[in-house]
Design a protein around this ligand. Structure first.
Ligand code: GDP
Length: 234
């Protein structure tokens, strides 16, 4: 069994996470797509989920992290999958033992052409998953670094706060704009959060094309894996 205390966990990570990454992903395989949280795999490993607006670059980032360009299907047509997609990951850290964890690709939000009923179904599936998935360690909320703060991104992170889901921000596609523009957009998003948040989450700036931010995210996951309490394993 895996025990995760969501609120205290968040604080620990903020204090102790370092960016020195020794993690190597040795295996990444697609496992299962589930229509609801209760059909997901047994919650016996730490789990990390990725979400963001459609077309934010989620598949590309997952592929970059796992060093496998075909793992999550990069698609030109947004709004494609409406399932909770599990990938089984094995990694090693330095001389430490092999770690097993789940990476989850969640369907994106903000797709204009979706029907009312599909939107409702998405909301129910995501709420069920986020509130009840007991082995969920952290959410990666992806934000397109090319844009000013978007209302639906801010609404989504505020919702995560209400549900006490630990998360970090990942600003994507940083290679598409000048660094000063990316910096301005990151600052604007964090400033918008500051209006209602006392503490800001950790944030990463990434490019799936240049693999920027990859090492930092893997270091973060490595640190989280170390801190997950596993009763009976000492
Ligand atoms: P998803 O719908 O969120 O999974 O987004 P995708 O990963 O399919 O990416 C959407 C589009 O953005 C594709 O054309 C990608 O090639 C492109 N893209 C994604 N990430 C990056 C990035 O870091 N840099 C650049 N230049 N393009 C990206």
């Amino acid at each position: 069994m895996l025990v995760i205390h969501r609120t205290s966990y968040f604080v620990h990570l903020t204090l102790y996470c370092s960016y020195f990454c020794t993690m190597q992903i040795t295996s990444a395989t697609y496992l299962l797509s589930s229509p609801s949280f209760d059909q997901c795999p047994k919650p016996d490993r730490p789990e990390y989920a990725f979400i963001g607006r459609s077309n934010v670059g989620k598949s590309s980032l997952i592929n970059s992290l796992c060093n496998n360009q075909k793992l999550a299907k990069t698609s030109a047509s947004p709004g494609k999958t409406q399932m909770i997609n599990h990938f089984s990951i094995e990694s090693t850290s330095g001389k430490g033992p092999r770690d097993k964890w789940y990476l989850v690709d969640l369907p994106g939000y903000g797709y204009a052409k979706i029907s009312q009923s599909d939107r409702r179904r998405w909301e129910q599936m995501i709420e069920g998953y986020l509130r009840k998935r007991e082995n969920l360690v952290n959410m990666f909320v992806l934000i397109d670094s090319r844009h000013e703060p978007q209302k639906n991104d801010l609404a989504f992170v505020n919702q995560l706060d209400k549900w006490q889901v630990p998360f970090v921000l990942v600003f994507t596609k940083a290679d598409k704009e000048k660094p000063t523009v990316v910096e301005r957009h990151v600052k604007a998003f964090l400033d918008a959060m500051r209006e209602t948040w006392q503490f800001l989450p950790r944030s990463f700036v990434t490019s799936a094309i240049k693999n920027n931010g990859r090492e930092e995210i893997l270091a973060f996951i490595e640190e989280c894996n170390k801190q997950v309490e596993r009763p009976g394993l000492g």
